[in-house]
Design a protein. Structure first.
Length: 231
């Protein structure tokens, strides 16, 4: 009855099953995965650290990511952050400080969306892990350089070329991190892992200033397979 009334007043419905009311109904929320898995893209960018994801990028999880990122359904940040937190807890040892570094979005994308979805989910995941007693921070360490275009429609090689050298870690950010958590494990965080090009570029930028990246954590990963030889 409450969900039906909410839908009548606000026009809301579950992004997973379209049940009137909550953006994510109790049944769809209960069905979310709780066992993160290694999600190596194929082909894998050379040198990429272990990438982990909570789920394949389809079904309810895909609808949640798109709803939060593109349609400003901000209430979906909470369940997305919970998924990301489970990935982080699987990917690295939480007995010690951990810093979550969200991949940066292009300024044009941020202006168009009116919010920073990757940072929001990463920050909330860090907050949830702190509430459980872990020393976890989310820190914006990376900036994008001009010249990066929208990745949609680009294949793995195109994405890698588009992103090569596109991220940097400002000295001021590095000094600030060194003062707060000088020996933390670093985890690169994203909403969706596709070809791994974005995560690898973030890893490169962090390593170029002397930081060691322990893992990549994503809410979801696309299913990619190496094309047959000669195709």
């Amino acid at each position: 009855m409450l969900d039906a009334l909410t839908d009548l007043l606000l026009g809301g419905h579950c992004v997973g099953c379209a049940t009137p009311g909550r953006l994510l109904c109790r049944r769809c929320e209960a069905s979310l995965p709780d066992r993160p898995h290694l999600a190596w893209p194929s082909p894998t960018p050379a040198g990429l650290v272990a990438p982990w994801a909570a789920a394949p990028y389809d079904g309810v999880v895909r609808a949640m990511v798109i709803g939060h990122k593109e349609h400003r359904l901000l209430a979906l940040c909470r369940p997305l952050a919970r998924l990301l937190a489970t990935v982080v807890a699987t990917a690295v040892d939480l007995r010690g400080p951990v810093v979550l570094v969200p991949v940066p979005s292009r300024p044009a994308s941020l202006r168009a969306r009116g919010h920073d979805p990757t940072y929001s989910v990463t920050a909330r995941a860090a907050s949830g892990l702190r509430a459980e007693g872990h020393d976890v921070l989310a820190v914006r360490l990376l900036n994008t350089r001009p010249g990066v275009v929208d990745q949609a429609g680009l294949d793995a090689a195109g994405r890698a070329a588009n992103l090569a050298g596109s991220m940097a870690c400002p000295v001021a950010s590095l000094r600030h991190l060194s003062a707060r958590r000088p020996r933390a494990r670093i985890v690169v965080c994203d909403d969706v892992l596709t070809t791994g090009a974005t995560a690898r570029e973030a890893q490169r930028a962090l390593e170029s200033v002397g930081l060691s990246v322990s893992a990549v954590a994503a809410v979801a990963a696309t299913r990619r397979r190496q094309p047959p030889a000669g195709s």
